[in-house]
Design a binder for this molecule. Structure first.
Ligand code: GDP
Ligand code: ZN
Length: 458
């Protein structure tokens, strides 16, 4: 258990209706009680209760704010320590005043991520769960949030921990074999190496298979909307953004000053490239539409080619169709509400029906079909996986790859009759890499690096 007691504002600073100061550590209750005027003495308050009262400066008796104070005694709290949470009125003034009062009582200001770090150090959560807390805060879509939530509940750890246990048993077995080579277990060891490593490898590979999908769900699909001027690119962008008012974000400035917006389509975040080029209204810029699109085309993971149902196919579009046939592209036939001149035969030559979607951006029709097409293209059908154990963290993916390689090496060495103490090195390495995922074998500097990514108050 850690010695000192820490505090920080746990809610985002700004104009909310409430704000929360979180305090954690052995002196949490004892130090806050004298600052809290209420019917109940906080020291007597049962754990997991909410107590109504006022924060009062004990020096001059000044009332700072009317508050609700929640007491959660360890180990049944987020950090596994005694935790007190003071809900103050929103805005910056009240919460800052309360925080200052708390800090004056001798409680220390928490470092970024320190609450979560304590939860980890106190064995309340493992490292993969702690990292999921960062993902929760940063998730850009509902689906990404659900995955992070699942991971924060320990879904990944539940697969890793039993795997490591089996490897550990195997290692013990191998150890015996090295210490007592005359003991007649050699054949048995080779067999169990194959079996255990084979099983472990299967799990590792299953987890890695989810990685590509998990990465997409977490980081989004880099998407370009391309097409001739007037096809309806801006209208499609608006239709997508409309359904996503709450999560549309402007992230100015990758190197070339591309404005990027994220919208969520069927729970998949799409990071729309070069929306500045699409958003314009002036004719001059519209005319360079297709050329302008070229740059975005090369970077995109997904290309939406917008065609105009009301007009025949243009030479530019023929060229694009040819170019995009082998790329992850979807043809979006827009303006379906108008009578059509567009012949789809030429489109169908290169794109199967799964990759042709009919919409009316103006009427907001067909967006669902577009959702289906995108999820089919990237997830081969549904992403309605029951089991949301997606491995989406780059660190976890790298470690799984390394562990998988060590397991393969161990199996191959065993086949070739290589001395068992060499095989043991591979086994131990697989066990260690997997341990780094959950934090059992993580170094101090790794921990520092991970927890420094947190924001204050987490
Ligand atoms: P962009 O040049 O590709 O960005 O095309 P815009 O989105 O600016 O649309 C060009 C014109 O087509 C505008 O007048 C839109 O109102 C119109 N438009 C876009 N989508 C539709 C649609 O689905 N149906 C109809 N009837 N008009 C549309
Ligand atoms: Zn436009």
């Amino acid at each position: 258990m850690t010695e000192d007691t820490i505090a920080a504002v746990a809610t985002a600073l700004g104009e909310g209706s409430i704000a929360v100061v979180r305090i954690s550590g052995p002196e949490a209750v004892e130090k806050i009680a004298p600052l809290f005027r209420s019917k109940t003495d906080l020291r007597q308050a049962p754990t997991h209760t909410v107590n109504y009262g006022w924060m009062v400066d004990p020096v001059n008796g000044a009332v700072l704010d009317e508050v609700l104070v929640t007491v959660m005694k360890g180990p049944r709290s987020f950090t596994a320590e005694d935790v007190v949470e003071i809900s103050t009125h929103g805005g910056i003034v009240a919460v800052q005043a309360v925080l200052e009062l708390v800090l004056r009582s001798g409680i220390r200001m928490a470092e970024p991520g320190e609450f979560t770090k304590r939860a980890f150090l106190n064995g309340r959560i493992d490292l993969a769960q702690a990292e999921a807390v960062i993902d929760l805060i940063r998730s850009k879509s509902n689906r990404a949030f659900q995955i992070a939530q699942k991971q924060s509940e320990g879904a990944l750890s539940k697969r890793i921990v039993p795997l490591r246990q089996k490897l550990l048993e195997l290692l013990a077995h191998v150890e015996v074999n090295i210490d007592y080579p005359e003991h007649d277990v050699a054949d048995m060891t080779a067999a169990s190496i194959k079996e255990t490593c084979g099983e472990a490898l299967k799990t590792v590979e299953e987890l890695l298979k989810t990685a590509a999908e998990g990465k997409i769900l977490r980081e989004g699909i880099v998407t370009a909307i391309v097409g001739r001027p007037n096809a309806g690119k801006s209208s499609l962008l608006n239709a997508l953004a409309q359904e996503n008012k709450a999560i549309v974000t402007d992230i100015p400035g990758t190197t070339r000053d591309i404005i990027e917006e994220t919208v969520s389509l069927a729970g998949i975040p799409l990071r729309l490239l070069d929306t500045a080029g699409i958003r314009e209204t002036s004719d001059v810029v519209e005319r360079i539409g297709v050329e302008r699109s070229r740059g975005a085309l090369n970077e995109a993971d997904l290309i939406l080619l917008v065609l105009n149902h009301a007009e025949p196919l243009h030479e530019d579009e023929r060229q694009l169709l040819e170019e995009l046939a082998d790329r992850p592209a979807i043809v979006v036939v827009n303006k379906m509400d108008l009578a059509g001149d567009l012949e789809l035969d030429e489109v169908r030559k290169r794109f199967d029906e799964d990759r042709i979607v009919r919409i009316s951006a103006k009427e907001g029709a067909g967006i669902e079909a577009l959702e289906k097409a995108v999820s089919k293209l990237f997830f081969g059908g549904g992403i309605e996986s029951e089991d949301l154990t997606y491995v989406s963290n780059a660190r976890h993916i790298a470690l799984l790859h390394q562990a998988g390689q060590s397991l393969k090496d161990a199996m191959a060495s065993s086949d070739e009759g290589i001395p068992i103490d060499l095989i043991q090195i591979d086994l131990a390495s697989a066990w260690e890499r997997l341990g780094e995922i959950v934090g059992d074998t993580a170094s101090e500097s790794l921990l520092d690096q991970i927890f420094s990514q947190f924001c204050l108050g987490k």
